[in-house]
Write a protein that binds this ligand. Structure first.
Ligand code: GRF
Length: 189
């Protein structure tokens, strides 16, 4: 039996696509489902391009309903990957998937984490504070934003002339190089 991964993503989904590609012909791991809280998210088109079942849901379904739980159960999902997913995971998912939900944050946590610290906000803050380095943090998910135990951090340098966009590009590169591999290691235990 393969380990079946569901990816939750809210937007563009470039990380999701790297993960899909990484596991495309994997012997024991399958990206089986893409879920989004945003029906216009480009990640859904990427899922379509790779023939992966995908589904968009509303806030009330996610926090108060049972639809997502049912979809995960029916698709026999045993591992969850967050890739640019903006909503806090409800406690029941964290309980149902203990140490089986992984996230990536585009900074070196605990710096630049927590509510409101996502996407370009993170990189703008890094540049504004004249940081000399930034990077990525891959971590387990618990009930609080960006607080689960850290699996791996990878750093990159920030130069005094880097714009927030430059930093975003450097960080994205680190994400693509590291996230799929770390997911694989985490799934294989
Ligand atoms: C990534 O930088 C990720 O670290 C963060 O959200 C961004 C998503 O980008 N959590 P994409 O949708 O994968 O292109």
């Amino acid at each position: 039996m393969k380990t079946k991964i569901a990816i939750f993503a809210s937007g563009n989904g470039s990380n999701a696509e790297e993960i899909i590609k990484h596991f495309k012909s994997h012997k024991t791991i399958d990206v089986s489902l893409i879920l989004s809280n945003n029906q216009n998210a480009y990640v859904l088109q990427r899922a379509e391009n790779y023939n992966i079942p995908h589904f968009a849901f509303k806030r009330d379904d996610f926090y108060n309903g049972k639809i997502i739980d049912e979809i995960l159960r029916l698709n026999k999902i045993n591992f969850i990957v967050l890739a640019g997913f903006m909503w806090l995971m409800p406690e029941r998912f964290v309980k149902n998937y203990p140490n089986k939900i992984i996230n990536i944050h585009p900074a070196l946590l605990p710096k630049y984490g927590g509510k409101g610290m996502y996407g370009s906000h993170v990189h703008e803050a890094v540049v504004k504070n004249k940081e000399k380095e930034t990077g990525i943090t891959i971590h387990w998910v618990n009930e609080e934003y960006d607080k689960g135990s850290i699996i791996k951090q990878v750093k990159c340098s920030v130069s005094s002339i880097d714009t927030a966009e430059d930093v975003a590009n450097k960080v994205h590169k680190l994400e693509y190089e590291n996230y799929p591999k770390i997911i694989e290691q985490a799934v294989l235990g």
